[in-house]
Ligand binder design. Structure first.
Ligand code: NAP
Length: 268
């Protein structure tokens, strides 16, 4: 088995996944990116110096595809996988009454089932590299509090945190690190979307109009690094996520009042 540590990152062709790939590559890790976006993956690979890198197509909804991608990656990485970042995800917004069943299924399948599939598939690899191996799931500030127009996305991100908490207990005996990273609003192409097929307004514009900050994507990559090397269950990134986590814990009644008063869907 190689002595170089390796990390497999889903959604590595863009945004948070790409920034995380570059962060770990710069610190000597063998990096694998998996995505449905072939062009994005190729670009990420180009940005990584050296040859300690791998990319392969993976739709995180494909359970068999997970086994194939991880096996191919482990072989390329010298027989080991030290960390998985379950990062691939999509934004979905809008009143529940207006969403098509297909939109609901797609978001649950990618954001939540994809995370469970990945955790299940990577478990034997992480057992072999423990202690020191890690599963990091990218949740969201939307996994801290539910809000109007966000029921489906919030359900997936609360769910991602639940998966992390459960596996933290389930894998404690294996000495595998498990954590969630909960970013607020992060500067990635996800903010270019509307989050809702009935809206023309970009998420980015709604965030700015609400006076909230947009955090540089590198802050999330740093949090993933901390999560792989640390022992906390949750890592909150950006002022919005930190504020929400604090308020939800210490003044839940006030948070509820504020969320009920805000009529416009906000946040991903
Ligand atoms: P992004 O820039 O849109 O990148 C997501 C990547 O995942 C894209 O390359 C996308 O491909 C890919 N992808 C989509 N569906 C996939 C699937 N089924 N299988 C494999 N890959 C798939 O988004 P991001 O902002 O970096 O988001 C990454 C994660 O962070 C998501 O889980 C998101 O919910 C979470 N997050 C983001 C923010 C934020 O403000 N940006 C805040 C909190 C949490 P396509 O481009 O082809 O769709």
């Amino acid at each position: 088995m190689s002595t170089q540590r390796s990390i497999f990152i889903t959604g590595g062709g863009s945004g948070i996944g790409r920034a995380t790939a570059l962060h770990f590559a710069a610190r000597g890790w063998f990096v694998g990116v998996a995505d449905i976006n072939a062009g994005g993956m190729a670009e990420t690979l180009n940005l990584i110096q050296g040859s300690a890198k791998w990319a392969g197509p993976l739709d995180v909804r494909d359970r068999k595809g997970w086994d194939e991608a991880l096996a191919a990656f482990a072989e390329a990485a010298g027989g080991r996988i030290d960390a998985l970042v379950n990062n691939a995800g999509i934004g979905t917004g809008g009143s529940l009454s207006e969403l098509d069943p297909e939109e609901i299924d797609r978001c649950l399948d990618i954001n939540l089932k994809g995370v469970l599939y990945g955790a299940q598939a990577v478990y034997p690899y992480l057992q072999k590299t423990a202690p020191g191996s890690a599963l990091v799931n990218i949740a969201s500030a939307a996994g801290i509090a539910g809000s109007a127009g966000m029921s489906v996305y919030c359900a997936t991100k609360f769910g991602v945190r639940a998966v992390s908490e459960s596996l933290d207990a389930e894998w404690a005996g294996d000495r595998i690190t498990v954590a969630s990273v909960c970013p607020g609003f992060i500067e990635t192409p996800l903010l270019d979307g509307t989050g809702n097929r009935r809206s023309n307004e970009q998420i980015r514009d709604r965030v700015r109009a609400a006076g909230l900050e947009i955090t540089p994507v590198e802050r999330v990559a740093e949090a993933v690094w901390d999560a792989v090397h640390g022992d906390k269950l949750d890592y909150f990134v950006g002022a919005t996520a930190k504020r929400m986590a604090f308020a939800k814990r210490w003044m839940p009644g006030k948070v509820r009042k504020q969320l009920r008063a805000s009529l416009r869907p906000l946040g991903q």
